[in-house]
Ligand binder design. Structure first.
Ligand code: SIN
Length: 175
């Protein structure tokens, strides 16, 4: 069977895998937060960066992109994604919504609060300082934030947490 994968972070703008189709989508009951440590992409073990995960919040929703994987390549694609998301993320089943009348079963990667790299909430200034200074094999932490914010604008998706963080980091960089 073909499989839908829901993306809410770097997989929106850099999927790096083949797909049959992609569609803007929403998951309900989750909110996007820069609460996950990144030791392997946007930081290093001694200075982890901050990247997004989804945390449960019953009244929230999160907009992103859904990709349809062809059944024959899905297994191999998940192996590649499991490696890319290895720093604390795990696959979970989720209901992916394209509209109020169109929903499908899908898979997404989340980094649960009990994973070894989970950082959790922090004061805005601390998150800004961390994101401004961290860098890892996949690039600068600020670029992850800016590319996510750009990708969400392209989807016309609202996310006050991401946009407030982006504004604060940009202000800091202009000083
Ligand atoms: C995702 O994009 O769906 C997972 C989190 C990330 O890689 O940024």
């Amino acid at each position: 069977m073909n499989v839908w994968v829901f993306a809410y972070g770097s997989l929106i703008w850099r999927p790096d895998f083949k797909f049959l189709e992609r569609r803007q989508a929403r998951v309900r009951g989750w909110q996007r937060r820069f609460w996950q440590g990144s030791h392997d992409h946007r930081g290093v073990p001694k200075q982890p960066g901050r990247v997004v995960t989804l945390v449960p919040e019953s009244s929230a929703h999160c907009d992103g992109m859904a990709y349809l994987l062809e059944s024959e390549v899905a297994h191999r694609t998940f192996e590649v994604l499991d490696h890319r998301e290895k720093n604390g993320y795990e696959r979970v089943a989720v209901c992916v919504e394209f509209s109020s009348t169109e929903q499908v079963d899908g898979i997404m990667y989340i980094a649960p609060t009990d994973n070894h790299a989970f950082l959790g909430p922090a004061p805005l200034d601390d998150m800004v300082a961390q994101i401004r200074t961290c860098e890892g094999p996949s690039g600068k932490n600020v670029d992850y934030l800016f590319e996510l914010a750009d990708a969400l604008r392209a989807l016309d998706a609202d996310d006050s947490h991401v946009f407030e963080l982006e504004a604060a980091v940009r202000t800091g960089l202009e000083k």
